[in-house]
Design a protein around this ligand. Structure first.
Ligand SMILES: Cc1cc2nc3c(=O)[nH]c(=O)nc-3n(C[C@H](O)[C@H](O)[C@H](O)COP(=O)(O)O)c2cc1C
Length: 266
């Protein structure tokens, strides 16, 4: 067999043509036939869509103006990162939670250069920021147990539900015990229209990719602050979306993470 034939054998395994994912992937490829919206139409639609949900009627918990800095060196944090599934039952400092959120998805510079949205700590397709971040916290000093929405534009948490929902949330996960032991659960939800109005089906891919960026920032910021984290994709979508009061179609949970103090730090 020639090296060219070997290459082809490696890169052309039997095609999985009937699988839904392969149909989706094929249909979300950029082609030269894709008719891009004119810039003015994109800007007009962005102005109609939310930059961040406001939840203005819910109690606000302001986040620190100067979030706790991450002083750990990036190299050792990257090399040392590992999934943590068992957490200590000590509390998490509010400042540490605020710092994790800040480094994950905060506004890091104002709108400008024709872009109507403030920029964030993660890259975003077209600067559209299709994600909303929710979290459930128990055992965070100075923060009542319950469900919160993180508003990066207002640098504020909104208290959406007062009270510990751990039991209900754990029931939404394949690995209940991880959720039960974690102090914080972060839910990354995608508001698909914010990306698909511009990019069509590819916008769906983009929303998921952005969630990966935010999740990585969350995990690394947590690790830099000495907290443990695990990414959790094993949840029952309908049940979790119901709990977050999302319809699961226009908006749905696309990723989640559990965070908490690492054992040995008690
Ligand atoms: C998209 C995604 C989903 C994941 N979902 C889960 C999960 O539901 N439960 C879990 O225990 N770990 C989950 N993980 C963590 C992986 O199991 C873990 O990263 C992998 O075993 C490698 O181990 P490490 O993170 O310690 O390096 C997920 C990771 C990714 C990237």
């Amino acid at each position: 067999m020639t090296t060219q034939e070997l290459w082809d054998q490696l890169t052309h395994p039997p095609a999985p043509e009937d699988e839904l994912w392969s149909v989706f992937h094929e249909n979300s490829k950029t082609t030269r036939h894709f008719l891009a919206l004119p810039d003015a139409a994109v800007l007009a639609r962005m102005r109609q869509l939310h930059e961040t949900l406001e939840y203005a009627q819910y109690p606000a918990v302001p986040l620190p103006e100067r979030p706790r800095p991450l002083t750990a060196e990036l190299g050792p944090v990257l090399r040392g990162r590992t999934s943590v599934r068992e957490f200590a039952q000590s509390t998490v400092d509010f400042d540490a939670l605020a710092s994790v959120l800040h480094h994950a998805y905060a506004v890091n510079r104002p709108a400008g250069g024709g872009q109507p949205r403030s920029f964030r700590t993660t890259p975003s397709p077209g600067g559209l920021y299709p994600l909303e971040v929710y979290l459930h916290a128990t055992g965070v000093t100075g923060l009542r147990s319950g469900l919160y929405h993180y508003d990066p534009a207002g640098a504020v948490l909104r208290h959406l539900h007062d009270g510990d929902l751990t039991r209900d949330l754990a029931a939404c996960y394949v690995q209940r015990e991880i959720v039960t032991g974690a102090r914080i659960l972060v839910f990354l939800t995608a508001w698909f229209e914010r990306a698909t109005f511009k990019y069509g089906d590819r916008g769906y891919r983009f929303a998921l990719l952005e969630a990966g960026h935010v999740a990585q920032n969350l995990g690394l910021a947590a690790a830099a602050l000495g907290l443990g984290a695990v990414n959790l994709g094993g949840y029952f979508d309908h049940e979790l979306d119901d709990l977050l009061r999302l319809d699961g179609v226009t908006a749905s949970t696309v990723y989640s993470l559990a965070l908490g103090p690492v054992t040995g730090d008690d």
